[in-house]
Ligand binder design. Sequence first.
Ligand code: ATP
Length: 307
Amino acid sequence: LLQLAAPLNFIGFVYREIRQGLTDIEQMFDLLEVEAEVKDTPDARELKINAGGVISFKDVHFAYDPERPILKGISFEVGAGKTVAVVGPSGAGKSTLSRLLYRFYDVQSGSIEIDGQDVRDLTQKSLRAAIGMVPQDTVLFNDTIAYNIRYGRPSASEEEVSAAAEVAQVGDFIRALPEGFQTKVGERGLKLSGGEKQRVAIARTILKAPPILILDEATSALDTTTEREIQTALDIVSKNRTTLVIAHRLSTVIGADEIIVLKNGQIAERGKHQALLARNGLYASMWNRQQEATEAEEYLKKVRESD
Ligand code: ATP
């Protein structure tokens, strides 16, 4: 039996390797498919950040499928170094805004400009080099934590990687791992929680140090400590950077320079937190509901703790 076990193990190993290879290839094709939607024009220019990275959406219309318009005339601006938060019901088109800014797709009409340059006239390379994207769920490479953070700037030194982890509030967590920064993560390594992965993505972005930031907050509930840590990391990374946040958490929204409330592909309300609450409209009802949910959760937690 023992004699059989070794070859079986080996077959298992080969099978897993092949399967992993396929997953990687599938992911690559997924990416290619998305990227193939847009192409550089023959005379595409390099993006020049010459006014601090002002983002302007000008009467943007967009549909994935022509039969079903998703964005219907969206106009707003994120001033240099400012933060605009987009909120709204699921399916309203929030993440679509970030995909258009990163130019995974092109607008059907209207335009998106950065410092007055239409993103369609720019090389995708220069556009994406200027934008740091912290997605909802970061896919980590099957490699070490250090590799995953350094991906933001491959030339970064060990000290810089570790400093970025510190700022991203994930340094203590990494140092407590048996192999520290050399711990393998991803599908074949240590599985990180959503909050941990998001902080690794923030550390990566800190190293990249882009003038523009897109944050797509996770919808999943985070415990209070994790939420506070992530918020601290995000506050640091978004300071003096033009930031577009797809927001799900109250803490992010309260501090935003402007909140855009998206509903059915249109801007239903816009303004600062207090002013929107005072309006007693869609925003106020969304946040009252969220607050009630948070209070109920905290109450349940206390009851459980006292058991
Ligand atoms: P959530 O808060 O649930 O993440 P959202 O406001 O970010 O929602 P989007 O992801 O922007 O919503 O999606 C807007 C609409 O576009 C949804 O109805 C969605 O089904 C549709 N959609 C998103 N991606 C695609 C796609 N690749 N192809 C076709 N339809 C899509």
